[in-house]
Design a protein around this ligand. Structure first.
Ligand code: MG
Length: 255
């Protein structure tokens, strides 16, 4: 009896993995809408209305340890890491919104727990600064009990390793664009749960998707916006596509 149940469970799991659809992640939110901007709270609100798996954002830490949502190291000439939050808080994004804090972003995220929040902690030359940023981000997320709604990504292996220590149960993916410097097997051994590579790398080496799946690692790709490329990635059965065109990607992945 027990064996039959185990076999049935294995079949269900196998079928689910065979037919699992590629999921869509809105890159810096769904910002291609009137009145929105990349990494704005409005871009998250938009992403929350279209049925995506997740919405991605980038974070940095201020000199007084406030985590803010921004892609670049600086905003309007102000270096984020060496500025205090009070020096930055009134700076406006393209849509007129104030520079969002991660705390405010997560507050909006809690209004729709069906949308994952994919937090990219940006690479820094200073390893201690990277560690400090990872710690502040994880403290914020865990303080809000959002561990299950959040996933982490980073180009920094130092940050990924730190996240494994701080939040081992949260999905953590390693970003890359130049070369496959770390194999899926090595990522798995480090406790990192996914790879997140520029789509051109996977199109050059499509067998990497199977290698990752065999190692138990998820495959995300960025930033695929051309429908023909999105379709190729869906055909490769990647787990996630991060895109500036989430509505198009949703249409294609639903077919
Ligand atoms: Mg990013």
């Amino acid at each position: 009896m027990k064996n039959k149940i185990l076999i049935a469970l294995a079949l269900v799991t196998f079928s689910a993995s065979l037919f699992a659809k590629t999921q869509v992640i809105a890159h810096r939110g769904y910002w291609k809408q009137a009145g929105s901007a990349k990494n704005s709270i409005s871009s998250l609100i938009n992403a929350q209305t279209i049925g995506v798996y997740g919405s991605e954002l980038d974070v940095h830490i201020t000199a007084d340890k406030v985590v803010v949502v921004c892609h670049d190291d600086s905003i309007q000439g102000h270096d984020i890491n060496t500025s205090t939050y009070s020096e930055l808080k009134d700076l406006k994004l393209e849509n007129g919104e104030a520079l969002p804090t991660l705390a405010a972003y997560l507050e909006q995220a809690q209004k729709n727990t069906g949308v994952k929040i994919i937090i990219e902690i940006k690479y820094k030359k200073d390893a201690e600064l990277e560690k400090r940023t990872a710690l502040e981000v994880v403290n914020l997320v865990n303080g809000l009990k959002m561990e299950k709604q959040v996933e982490y990504i980073s180009f920094s292996m130092n940050i990924c390793k730190e996240l494994v220590k701080l939040s081992p149960k949260t999905p953590i993916a390693y970003l890359a664009y130049k070369d496959f410097v770390v194999s899926p097997k090595e990522l798995k051994e480090l406790g990192i749960s996914g790879l997140d590579y520029h789509y051109s790398l996977l199109l050059q080496k499509p067998e990497f998707v199977e290698e990752a799946k065999a190692a138990g690692i998820t495959v995300n790709v960025w930033t695929a916006n051309d429908p023909a490329i999105i379709q190729k990635l869906i055909d490769l059965k990647v787990d996630y596509i991060t895109t500036d065109e989430p509505v198009k990607a949703l249409e294609l992945s639903a077919k």
